[in-house]
Structures are given as structure tokens and as C-alpha cells.
Design a binder for this molecule. Structure first.
Ligand SMILES: [Fe+2]
Ligand SMILES: [Fe+2]
Length: 409
């Protein structure tokens, strides 16, 4: 169908790519006025469509709610360059999502406008000792053998499918989760995958090892105490970042999308470490972020001596996890400092998208600015933000039911 004849509600039959094969929009996306406009602006002439569904909720939102949503997003993105085309697109999407939440009666609060907290409040805190932090908790002090074997398999091009299937099958809980994942919307395989051996064959040895590793690390934090942080909101944020990072990587034609998914899943694990070992101090940090709009990492460095990227990176490094994972965790707020600039930039941008589009929260209030280096290296067209949003909306519900069924409310 010609793009000029499209109408909201039509569904794309297949992926839309530019002349060099780069993904612009994914098949299955329900078109809206906004996405049709994006296709026109890219100069796409024709697309294949299949069927129609009701997805144009934007038009039913009143102007007062839209204005309220715009003010909230404006305040949350205040530290970002609002003239950058990608940020502008995220602003538009975030406004629409926030307006929808407000219309549905959800409480979405703007960041505070209070002045910065007085410096004297923080003087009594000692700097957090990272070595003590990992050493004092036996459960986190040493990586279980199964993780070491998965980490090795993830990095080794010659890892055997039988060996990996064996490692995973020895842990029934892990195997069950991976099978659910293999049969989820994340992959959309036409046929059911019933065994781990089959999952290794269709997803890949290194890829399934990476997923198994991520799921196992996530499981180690399942008993995190409540009260300091909304834990469900935290894991929703991590899953959205994982899913968004994978969608971004695939839209940009990059390999290793499973490894990038796991990097997204674990990027904020340092916050959990703080909750376990320094709950009062991280509680104070989060109060400053929520109550005074302070940047999360600078408040952490001031009060704890390290930020959650440094803490999470140190933990994963102490376990000997592959540097592709430790780099993303350590540097996701400053990709320029990493040795793996492209992959870390993807997690950095996916983190920003997950926070901006309010898929849970990783503890930020006024969002830290996206690194201009990340924008430069990825060169992602603004329309990719829509693709990522649609993928996360499609996949997050299933991922939550697989990963979060035992996370307390
Ligand atoms: Fe973070
Ligand atoms: Fe995050």
C-alpha cells in the first residue's frame, strides 16, 4: 500500500528497511498518525500491511492532560538536549505515554523543584568499601560454579551444545525459565520449544549461555529487602532496558543481541548491592534524588563514595564475568569511559528510553543527559525510538510474568 494511503490502525505485515537494509520499523507494528508521519519523513513509498486493530488512543486524550504530561516530561528531561532530533522523538513518545497513564488514573509525579540539599547533611557518612561490600555477604562473595561454566561457554566459540544443555538442565528452575523465554514474544518462534537441547540449537550456544547467566545472576538477588526502593518497578526497568537494548541492537543491525539483552538486564545491579549493604545510605541518596532532583550517580559518589555502576561492575568483575557484561554495568552512565563503546552506548540509550518512557524506574528522577558520544557512535535514526517502544510494549508483559512472579509487591 502507498504510504500516502495509510491510515491509523493498519498493521505492518513485515519489517520496513531503508535501501541499505537498516531496520526502520518492525513488522506487526500498529500504525498511528505519528508513525505514518515518520514513514513519510523517511521517504518510504510503499509498505505491506495486514489487517487493522484499534491502537490510536492518542486522539482520545484531552488537551489539559496532554499539557500536564508535557510539563512532567519537560521536567524529567530538563538536563537533556531537547533540540536533538532523537531526544525530541523520545519527548513526543514519553508525553503520549505519560498522558495515557494520567488518563487511566495512574499517579505520575513530576520531579521536584526543591533546592539542592545542604552539604552538611552528608558529612557523617563514610565512603563505602567495595571489597568489604562483596566480602561480607557469602552469597555474593564468590560466584557459584555453574555461573563460571556458563561464563566460559558464553565466551568460547567452541563451547559444545551438549555441555551447555547439561549445565542448564541440572538447574530445573533455570531450565524452566529459559524454556519460557524461548517460547515468549521475545523470539516469536513458530513452533514450540520443549527441551533445552532444542533451545540451544535454535537460539545458539553462546547466546543461551549468556541468557542463562543473566537469569542466574538476577535470581541471586531475589530476596532483596523491600522498603528502600520499589523492587518491582526496579526489575521492570531492568527488563525494559534489556528488551529495549536488544531491540536497538537488532534495529541497528548489530550482532550479539542476547549478550546485549543480558547487559541491559544487569546494568543497575549495583543499586541492589547498595540496598543489601548500605540500606540507610542508599535510602538517603534516593531521597535526595526524589526530593531535590539531584543526579543519582553524583549523589551516590558524594554519600557512598562510589556510584552503582562502579559497585555493580566491581561485583561482576569479582565473579570473573565476561568484560562485555562488566563494562556495560560499570559504564552505562558514561559509555565514553568503556572499552566497548558501541555495546555500552546501546545499554546507555536503552536505559534512557526505559526511564523516559516510564517502564518502571532505576532510581532516577530528573534524567541524566544522554552522552553525545553514544548518539554519534550509534547514529540511530529518531524513528528507532518508536520501534523500541513497540517492542518493549509487546514483550515486557511476558518477560515480567517469567521473571517477576516471585518478586513481592
Ligand atoms: Fe543506572
Ligand atoms: Fe537504569
Amino acid at each position: 500500500m502507498r504510504v500516502t494511503d495509510l491510515r491509523p490502525g493498519l498493521v505492518l505485515a513485515g519489517d520496513v528497511r531503508d535501501v541499505s537494509g537498516r531496520l526502520l520499523m518492525s513488522g506487526g507494528m500498529c500504525l498511528s498518525d505519528r508513525t505514518i508521519g515518520v514513514l513519510k519523513s523517511w521517504g518510504v513509498g510503499e509498505v505491506h500491511v495486514t489487517g487493522e486493530k484499534a491502537c490510536g488512543l492518542d486522539e482520545t486524550i484531552g488537551e489539559d492532560i496532554l499539557a500536564q504530561a508535557q510539563d512532567i516530561v519537560d521536567a524529567r528531561l530538563a538536563r537533556n538536549d531537547l533540540t536533538h532530533p532523537f531526544v525530541q522523538e523520545v519527548f513526543r513518545l514519553a508525553t503520549a505515554r505519560t498522558a495515557l497513564k494520567l488518563q487511566q488514573g495512574e499517579r505520575v509525579l513530576p520531579p521536584p523543584v526543591l533546592p539542592a540539599a545542604p552539604e552538611s547533611q552528608e558529612e557523617s557518612f563514610d565512603l563505602l568499601d567495595l571489597d568489604a561490600l562483596t566480602a561480607t555477604n557469602p552469597a555474593l562473595g564468590a560466584m557459584p560454579g555453574v555461573l563460571a561454566r556458563l561464563a566460559q561457554a558464553m565466551e568460547s566459540p567452541s563451547a559444545s551444545p551438549v555441555e551447555v544443555a547439561d549445565i542448564i538442565s541440572n538447574d530445573p528452575g533455570l531450565a524452566a525459565k529459559l524454556l519460557k523465554l524461548a517460547n515468549s514474544a521475545l523470539y516469536g518462534f513458530p513452533q514450540r520449544i520443549d527441551t533445552i537441547s532444542r533451545a540451544v540449537t535454535v537460539i545458539g550456544v553462546q547466546q543461551l549461555s549468556a541468557l542463562a547467566l543473566g537469569v542466574s545472576v538476577m535470581d541471586m538477588f531475589k530476596d532483596i529487602p523491600k522498603g528502600v526502593l520499589d523492587i518491582r518497578g526496579f526489575w521492570r526497568h531492568c527488563l525494559a532496558c534489556a528488551c529495549g537494548a536488544r531491540a536497538l541492537a537488532s534495529a541497528l543491525g548489530l550482532p550479539n543481541t542476547e549478550r546485549i539483552f543480558v547487559s541491559g538486564l544487569l546494568h543497575d545491579v549495583g543499586l541492589l548491592l547498595f540496598i543489601l549493604h548500605a540500606p540507610k545510605r542508599i535510602g538517603h541518596v534516593l531521597e535526595l534524588v526524589r526530593g531535590h532532583g539531584e543526579s543519582l550517580t553524583s549523589a551516590e559518589r558524594r554519600i557512598l563514595g562510589v556510584d552503582h555502576g562502579m559497585a555493580g561492575g566491581a561485583l561482576l568483575e569479582s565473579w570473573g564475568l565476561p568484560s562485555s557484561l562488566t563494562q556495560a554495568t560499570r559504564h552505562h552512565h558514561d559509555p565514553l569511559a568503556s572499552r566497548d563503546l558501541r555495546d555500552v552506548s546501546i545499554v546507555h540509550l536503552a536505559d534512557f528510553l526505559a526511564e523516559s518512557l516510564v517502564f518502571g524506574s532505576g532510581g532516577q528522577s530528573v534524567l541524566m543527559p544522554v552522552s553525545s558520544v553514544a548518539f554519534d557512535i550509534l547514529d540511530a535514526p529518531p524513528g528507532v525510538a518508536v520501534t523500541v517502544l513497540e517492542r518493549v510494549e509487546d514483550q515486557l508483559g511476558q518477560l515480567e510474568s517469567i521473571f517477576m512472579h516471585n518478586v513481592p509487591n
